[in-house]
Design a binder for this molecule. Structure first.
Ligand SMILES: [Zn+2]
Length: 407
């Protein structure tokens, strides 16, 4: 069977949602509805798996990282709306084209520090608390910032679209931490490293909007790209995979690959192996079968689905929600703005239901979820107490997560 590819889907706004139940249009009503949802008896169409108290699986998207200062795609200040010329790189371009990789890495080099200093927010912490209280079975995320792993390492989180904290070689598949790679980019591109220091000092990189970047003195082309006099994209250099450089891999045909670098260690395009790629699923790239199967298993072993901060515009996420629906699972959605095909998830709901069969709320999850956690504590719900201070310290960063840098 053909593996699903990642495509660029709906970039415009979707129709506004129908709020369910109707009183979920206020914060108090939404909290009550979500409390009913999490505490509801198992759906009769599901088997014994849903009798487990921690039967809810959570599916998250870029909307939940907005409160960490990262842009989403389709929100009010989303990448597709703010930067009209934004176009992500495709997998085949990245793999086949040295020039495309130079441009990608130049932009990525400038984008990295903002991502590196971003932290998980109240939504991630509330999910951690709901996990501690025994409501959540696992999390599936489309986000590549690794915030879930930082915020709740004890609650399983599957990164459906990979992660930016590492590079992975497309030849030998070894990984390289991004912070080491970033230092290599700075060493190989001193003029860009200087520009990065200046741009960080001026605050020009605090926004994705080309206009505000230009206003803060960053030299940009009409398409929003950086225009660095004396150091255009065509001169940007990036390193080769250190493993492949030391031991060029053998090709499937049985011949030895060649990995060439210049005198400073920068990748030469005549190489036949050793290209490092961010460990994310790029547009036009297949999700690895084990990841796809693990995501399906997460749905199949759950009793309820809670969708947070995503319009489900990517097919790989939408099909998981559809899978839950096809199994008769109650679905709750918290998202600002419409969600792809959402009327399907709530069709034929009993008009008198109070959240136990379905919830649709249009609010910021970083406000709503902490209130839900407080409400559940007051009810005495859940199987354990709030995490201790020691557990809360898990938030202290010990690796480097990053948000989408597909641009
Ligand atoms: Zn390699």
């Amino acid at each position: 069977m053909r593996k699903p590819l990642m495509r660029i889907p709906y970039t415009g706004p979707l129709p506004p949602p129908r709020i369910l139940p109707r009183n979920a249009n206020t914060a108090v009503g939404a909290v009550a509805a979500l409390s009913n949802f999490l505490n509801a008896s198992p759906a009769p169409t599901l088997d014994e798996r849903s009798t487990s108290p921690n039967s809810t699986v959570i599916l998250t998207g870029a909307g939940i990282s907005v409160a960490s200062g990262l842009a989403d795609y389709r929100g009010t200040n989303g990448t597709y709306r703010v930067n009209k010329t934004y176009r992500p790189i495709y997998y085949h371009e990245f793999v086949q084209n040295h020039e495309a990789r130079k441009r990608y890495w130049a932009r990525s080099f400038l984008g990295w520090p903002n991502l590196d200093r971003a932290e998980p927010n109240a939504t991630h912490r509330a999910i951690r608390d709901l996990g501690h209280m025994g409501f959540i079975k696992s999390v599936v995320t489309q986000n590549v910032d690794s915030f879930h792993l930082l915020a709740h390492p004890e609650l399983p989180a599957l990164e459906l679209h990979g992660y930016l904290r590492s590079l992975r070689c497309i030849s030998c598949h070894n990984e390289l931490p991004r912070d080491i790679f970033q230092k290599e980019l700075a060493r190989l591109n001193p003029a860009w490293a200087e520009l990065l220091e200046e741009a960080l000092a001026s605050g020009a990189l605090d926004s994705e909007d080309p206009e505000s970047r230009r206003a803060k003195g960053m030299k940009l082309n009409p398409d929003g790209d950086v225009d660095l006099p004396g150091a255009p994209y065509t001169t940007f250099r990036y390193p080769a995979c250190p493993t492949c450089l030391a031991t060029p891999p053998i090709t499937p045909a049985g011949t030895k690959s060649t990995v060439k670098v210049d005198k400073d260690g920068a990748f030469e395009p005549s190489s036949t192996a050793g290209i490092l790629k961010p460990a994310v699923v790029m547009f036009g790239e297949s999700i690895a079968s084990p990841v796809k199967e693990a995501a399906e298993h997460a749905i199949d072993s759950a009793g309820r689905l809670l969708v947070i901060g995503t319009s489900l515009a990517t097919y790989s996420a939408w099909r998981l929600a559809r899978r839950a629906k096809d199994q008769g699972m109650p679905i709750a959605i918290i998202n600002l703005g419409g969600v792809r095909g959402e009327e399907l998830f709530f069709e034929n709901l009993d008009a008198g239901q109070r959240g136990e069969l379905g919830v649709r709320a249009e609010m910021s999850s970083d406000k709503l979820l902490p209130s839900l956690v407080d409400h559940l504590h007051v009810l005495g719900a859940g199987t354990s107490d709030r995490p201790s201070q020691a557990a809360a310290k898990v938030l202290t960063r010990n690796n480097s997560p990053f948000k989408d840098m597909l641009s």
